[in-house]
Ligand binder design. Structure first.
Ligand SMILES: [Zn+2]
Ligand SMILES: [Zn+2]
Length: 118
């Protein structure tokens, strides 16, 4: 069989979301490219997607961005550490917590400028 690289075969994985490229590799919907082998695809999915993983879902649900610079935090304490270290925030974390719990995924948390020193 000659290596023309034009044969687009089926994806070698039962539940993968993606397609086979002209070069025969598998491209996942997230953009990652790997060998079109069930083993490779399974390992990618378990590392990057973990379907049904409570851990990953929690990360997605809790993702917010810093209202000053757009930094992405996946946990509340990450945002607090960030604004304290990067923006000199010295106010009460309750102000941020309230926003965190009432906002949606990827929304910006507004950092009161008058509570930032330096
Ligand atoms: Zn992927
Ligand atoms: Zn920031």
């Amino acid at each position: 069989m000659s290596e023309q690289g034009q044969q687009v075969g089926p994806v070698d994985h039962p539940t993968a979301n993606g397609h086979v490229l002209l070069n025969g590799k598998f491209q996942c919907n997230c953009g990652a490219v790997m060998a079109n082998k069930q083993h490779n695809i399974s390992s990618h999915i378990s590392k990057k997607h973990r379907e049904g993983s409570a851990f990953q879902r929690a990360e997605e649900i809790n993702r917010r961005s810093c209202g000053i610079c757009g930094f992405n935090a996946i946990k509340f304490h990450m945002l607090v550490t960030h604004v304290r270290n990067e923006h000199g925030f010295r106010g009460e974390t309750r102000v941020l917590q309230d926003q965190y719990t009432t906002s949606q995924v990827d929304e910006a948390i507004l950092i009161p400028a008058n509570q930032c020193i330096g």
